[in-house]
Ligand binder design. Structure first.
Ligand SMILES: Cc1cc2nc3c(=O)[nH]c(=O)nc-3n(C[C@H](O)[C@H](O)[C@H](O)COP(=O)(O)OP(=O)(O)OC[C@H]3O[C@@H](n4cnc5c(N)ncnc54)[C@H](O)[C@@H]3O)c2cc1C
Length: 266
């Protein structure tokens, strides 16, 4: 690992100032991705700015019809929050399926969505729940945030401060995981909100997380799993790698989506 400076800060403003002042600096959240990439020499920041001392980023704030999850909330915080379990059960369930106990106690929601790994779980929840990503500068709709593999709408030096999720009691997440890494080979988030159904898929898309709009349309017309049966996903748009072929992923999406809808109707 290369030498680097380590800076601790206690406010968002201080973090953003250092991020702009120090060339090639990166913020450090749970370190579950950043530290391994530094160890492998794939990333060599000149300085790490540790967000761990900013208490406001660890808050889960309850609003009238939404919950704002601070960027430094760990996956375990989200999985164990009684408010999230009550109002957005699919989100709590998803967080409880990420990695193992160590990863869930270190990894953060902000780090996960900033990284936008094509097999990560939270991006599916953000799209499936029509979430809003909050940064130190603006609010970005999830639909405009995830731009491709490991790419997001974040500008240089922009910091995620939290994610706003509207209540969605009818929501769930089903994941077919890689048994070694526990990342999703396919993950399907299904939510039925005021504006209808949303179906978001992670792990399977060539361009990363995506909404399965044909499924949303079908379910808005007929909210039974059978409504998904005639649908076909384009195999050319599926990831095809050593973990699973594209046609297998397309098949899994449909199976998991049907199971998720059935679960929500029970
Ligand atoms: C063994 C293992 C298994 C895993 N399994 C899963 C899984 O099943 N599902 C899954 O979804 N994930 C999985 N992960 C990923 C993990 O859950 C973390 O979410 C992920 O590593 C990033 O979060 P972090 O807090 O560790 O971020 P870090 O590693 O600290 O940072 C990641 C990147 O995001 C940037 N960043 C961090 N916070 C912010 C912020 N607030 N604003 C802007 N940029 C920011 C950093 O600069 C860095 O570039 C796994 C990881 C490991 C090591």
């Amino acid at each position: 690992m290369n030498r680097f400076d380590f800076k601790r800060v206690d406010s968002v403003q201080a973090a953003v100032t250092l991020l702009c002042e120090i060339e090639d600096s990166s913020v450090l959240a749970g370190g579950q991705t950043l530290i391994p990439t530094m160890k492998q020499g794939l990333s060599a920041p000149a300085a790490l700015i540790d967000l761990g001392g900013i208490s406001e980023l660890r808050e889960i704030r309850i609003e009238e019809d939404a919950i704002v999850v601070g960027a430094m909330c760990t996956h375990a915080d989200v999985a164990n929050s009684s408010s999230i379990r009550q109002h957005i059960p699919g989100l709590a369930h998803l967080a409880g399926q990420i990695g193992d106990a160590q990863v869930r106690n270190r990894g953060t929601i902000g780090g996960s969505i900033a990284n936008n790994d094509p097999a990560a779980d939270y991006p599916a929840a953000c799209l499936g729940l029509d979430a809003t990503i909050l940064t130190d500068k603006r609010a970005i709709a999830a639909d405009s945030f995830f731009l491709g593999l490991f790419e997001t709408a974040l500008d240089e030096g922009e910091l995620i401060t939290g994610v706003r999720f509207r209540h969605c009691r009818r929501s769930t997440y089903l994941k077919f995981r890689n048994p070694a890494s526990r990342f999703a080979i396919v993950g399907v988030f299904v939510g039925r909100g005021k504006e209808g159904w949303r179906v978001a898929i992670t792990g399977a898309g060539r361009d990363g997380v995506f909404r399965w709009r044909a499924a949303e349309e079908a379910l808005n017309g007929d909210c039974r799993p059978q409504a998904l049966e005639p649908l076909r996903l384009s195999i050319e748009e599926m990831l095809d790698d050593i973990h699973a072929k594209g046609d297998y992923r397309a098949h899994l999406i449909k199976v998991l989506a049907c199971d998720a809808v059935e679960k929500l109707l029970r």
